[in-house]
Every structure is written in C-alpha cells, then in structure tokens.
Design a protein around this ligand. Structure first.
Ligand SMILES: [Zn+2]
Length: 287
C-alpha cells in the first residue's frame, strides 16, 4: 500500500472503538463496521489530497456531453435524474415552507437547486467540481459557488441544507456536518441521502457472496465512497454534529426511474416508508 492511502478508524467514534472486518478486497482494502455506531467504512482509504483529485476534470464529469443539453429539454423529456429531483423537492416541501432558504452542498449540475427555485424557495449551491459548477451556472442557470463549503463566505443563515450523495465522499464528515449547522438557523433542517448498508438488496447480494453464489462483493463504491450508513449510524454522526434526527425514508429505483404503476404502488411505498432500499434518506433538525 503506497502513500496515497492511509489507515483510518470510525469517523464518528474515533480510534479506540471496536470494529468488525466485513470484507477484505484482494488489494488489501478493508470494509469495516464500527461496533459502536454501526457505520461501515473503508480502510485504508485515499488521503485527503488524493480523494479531492477524484472530483476534478473529465473523469468525474464530461463537459462535452452537455454541449446540447438544456434544462428545459431535461425537464420536458423527464431525462436522467428527473424523478429523483422531484423526490428531493417534495421532501423539502414536507419540512420547509415556500420562501425558505436552502443551500445545496455538493449540488452537482444544480438540478435540485433549480427545481426548488421553481417551487418558490430561495436556493443556491456549493460544488467542489469545477466542471459540475460550470454546467450548473451556464446551463442550469443557478447561483453556485465553486469551492468547498469551508471556503464559502456568506452571512445567510439557511432554513435548510441539502447533502445529497455527499456524506459518503467526505474526508471528515463531522467537520462538514458541523459547518452545515453553523450556516443554518436554529430549528432548520438538513436533508441527507447516502448509501444504505442495511438495504434489503445490499444484504441479499452480500449473503449470496458469502455463500459463494455471487463473485463480486457489494460494497458502497470505493474509492470515492468511503462510508455506508444505516439509521443507527446516521443518528450517531448527526447527534455528534449538533442535529436531532426526525425522519427516515428511502426511494426504491422504481421511484427514481419514474416506474411506479398500479401493480407495484403498494410494495414501493412500503419500501419507501420503512427505508429498506439501498440508499437511505434522513432529515435532521439543528438543535
Ligand atoms: Zn462508530
């Protein structure tokens, strides 16, 4: 293992916490479960500088693919992520009134920011990838700050912060959650979407792997993803960062692909309500 990698312990509980090795890859990367908070984390994992490099350039997002892309076409044709963005907006609507201010941290090309704007919210984004931020600004037409959250200077105290598919990427998740809290009003809500190691499909695939019936081990997307969560680990990390968890749900792929119909409606909504799919949503209140 070279100097690009480092061994780490649970990001929530620290070094003296008992852990269980869940899976070891042939290259020596281990996936551990913290026996105190239940988070799953990769170790060794990329050092901070190398981790940040993943989000620069065309490897992460190909600018040329957006030459002919317009937000209006995306919306009219219900293209990629359209239904996911509707779920994001609907979730915010459940907790925040119109006119509330929302900061989307890791806003990618700004689709949710734009959708919230159209629904009567004041919204803007922060995005570390220069390519993502450029598309957000020039094509989606939102207000976006191309930097890490810690470098973003603003006097606004937001009613809501979105961290959608972000927490699992972060070198120091508690630091970023605390920074989010610092920029929020008391009683404001944070909305989190992360890989769920307790999802039924993840558990089933791991079971098959363990029994030798499936070759690949279902982990959470190393090297960019370095953690996976469940309700317990989300509660632990959010409590430590100054939040109180208030709501969990999950969105099966039928929802995010727009394939809910008469036949699967009840099943899909049970999975959603009980938060059983491979991504989990958590809403927490700043205390
Ligand atoms: Zn822990």
């Amino acid at each position: 293992m070279n100097s690009k990698y480092e061994k780490v312990s649970c990001p929530t509980c620290g070094i003296d916490t008992k852990k269980k090795l869940v899976h070891k890859r042939d290259d020596g990367i281990g996936f551990y479960k913290c026996l105190q908070c239940n988070i799953e984390y990769a170790s060794p994992r990329l050092v901070e500088k190398e981790l940040l490099k993943l989000y620069e350039g065309d490897d992460w997002k190909d600018l040329s693919k957006y030459d002919d892309w317009t937000y209006e076409n995306w919306k009219n044709n219900k293209e990629f992520h359209y239904y996911l963005v509707q779920e994001n907006s609907n979730l915010v609507k459940k907790f925040l009134n119109k006119g509330s201010s929302v900061l989307d941290v890791g806003c990618d090309i700004g689709l949710t920011v734009k959708s919230l704007e159209e629904n009567g919210y004041y919204s803007e984004g922060v995005e570390i990838s220069s390519v993502g931020a450029k598309i957000a600004k020039e094509k989606t037409g939102i207000t976006v700050h191309n930097m890490q959250l810690g470098d973003y200077q603003s006097d606004i105290k937001y009613d809501g912060v979105l961290l959608l598919d972000v927490l699992e990427h972060l070198y120091d998740p508690i630091k970023v959650l605390t920074e989010c809290g610092d920029r929020m009003k008391q009683g404001g809500y944070i909305f989190i979407h992360v890989p769920h190691h307790g999802g039924i499909s993840t558990r089933f695939k791991r079971f098959l792997h363990k029994k030798g019936l499936k070759k690949g081990y279902k982990h959470f997307g190393f090297p960019a993803h370095i953690y996976a969560f469940d309700r317990r680990s989300l509660k632990a990390i959010l409590t430590k960062s100054g939040f109180e968890t208030v709501h969990y749900e999950s969105w099966p792929s039928s929802i995010t692909n727009g394939k809910v119909n008469f036949f699967n409606y009840i099943f899909i909504h049970i999975i959603k309500k009980l938060a059983l799919s491979d991504y989990i949503i958590c809403v927490a209140k700043k205390v």
